[in-house]
Write a protein that binds this ligand. Structure first.
Ligand code: FES
Length: 366
């Protein structure tokens, strides 16, 4: 199989049966899928990866990505879905979805992990908020099981004790790995006896934690998953303390969009009246059409010209829409889903890339 064909194979949707739904908290469920033997290879995953689901709800196609909270060692594909106010898919999953229903699911993807090293003795620190615990749970379980000398410290923020997702499996892990897993819960809407554990994480708390509960000098890797503001704050703190970027790993659950809104307006103004001859290469075929420079993004422009392209979050996070520029230029609004070396090599997130040249050729097969 060529690499282009194999990528296409991984970015298409497969119908999977929901094998189990269990209530995790009042507003979250754990949904497991039955992966048939002929798809087991395609759905092989690494701790920290996610699944993308495609579902039509009230006539609209919705795509949502959810991290696997199960470990690859479990041979189970389980995602945790927290109901978000107004969230159409999360409400559907929490209130309507039933065992035996079939969902369209894209094979696991994502780069939120470090490879397992069974001989290593490493100290990991993780920060999670709300449903950000889902990939972290998979990561913790897998490292502790496969690396018998490694240890984990988890700092986990929730609103109240009753909204703590995956509390049971986390406590079971704590009992299993008493000397190697430590969990500190922070609550924002409930008072705890120790003031440090009240409220969100902030720089002051991080300062205290790094002086008393984990050692900056002895931590090998940091994992963070949750809202953009929390991740940016912890990232700034760690880098300010001299932690190398290669030790900091994060997964964003959505972006605020404030910065991109302003940049979009600037681009629209700067390129007003200019056109772009846009060519999309995908699956060995090419599609050519005219677009305006400084307006829209490559993915949406191509989709509205009847292209069949892979995408999931449309928020610059998941990298499902990644492609390579063959010729021309774009302005990329967000690039969380790409590494710097990919950007240097000409890769873009098409959902975030605004055409800014007279001619643009973008290849999804690279
Ligand atoms: S679709 Fe997720 S980054 Fe573009």
């Amino acid at each position: 199989m060529s690499s282009a064909t194999s990528r296409k194979h991984l970015k298409k949707f497969y119908q999977l049966r929901v094998s189990e739904i269990s209530r995790d908290t009042e507003d979250s469920v754990l949904v497991s899928f039955d992966v048939p033997d002929n798809l087991a290879q395609t759905f092989t995953f690494t701790q920290g990866q996610y699944l993308t689901i495609n579902q039509h709800i009230k006539g609209e196609e919705l795509r949502r990505s959810y991290s696997l909270c199960s470990s690859p060692l479990d041979q189970r594909w389980t995602i945790g879905i927290k109901k978000i106010p107004g969230g159409r898919f999360s409400t559907f999953a929490n209130e309507v979805l039933q065992v035996d229903d079939k969902l369209q699911v894209m094979p696991p993807d994502g780069k939120f992990y470090v490879p397992i090293d069974t001989q290593a003795k490493r100290n990991f620190v993780a920060f999670a908020a709300g449903s950000g615990i889902t990939p972290i749970c998979s990561i913790i379980k897998t490292h502790l099981e496969r690396e018998p000398d490694s240890s984990f410290k988890l700092f986990y923020v929730n609103q109240t004790s009753s909204t703590i997702m995956l509390k049971e499996p986390l406590e079971a892990l704590k009992n299993q790995y008493m000397d190697r897993l430590e969990i500190c819960y922070f609550l924002t809407r409930e008072q705890r006896s120790i003031p440090l554990f009240n409220g969100r994480l902030d720089e002051e708390k991080l300062e205290t934690l790094s002086e008393s509960l984990f050692s900056l000098a002895q931590t090998d890797h940091y994992f963070m998953c949750g809202p953009e503001a929390m991740i940016q704050m912890i990232d700034r703190f760690l880098k300010g303390k001299g932690v190398a970027a290669s030790k900091i790993h994060f997964e964003l659950f959505g972006t605020s969009g404030e910065v991109t809104q302003q940049k979009k307006q600037e681009l629209e103004k700067a390129f007003k009246g200019k056109t772009c001859d846009l060519t999309i290469i995908e699956g060995g075929k090419s599609l050519n059409f005219m677009a305006e420079q400084g307006v829209g993004n490559v993915l949406d422009l191509a989709l509205s010209n009847a292209a069949d392209l892979p995408f999931a979050c449309k928020g610059g996070v998941c990298a499902t829409c990644r492609a390579k520029i063959v010729e021309g230029e774009v302005d990329m609004l967000l690039s969380y889903g790409l590494e710097q070396d990919e950007i240097d090599a000409g890769y873009i997130l098409t959902c975030q890339s605004v055409p800014t040249s007279d001619k643009l050729i973008v290849d999804f097969d690279c």
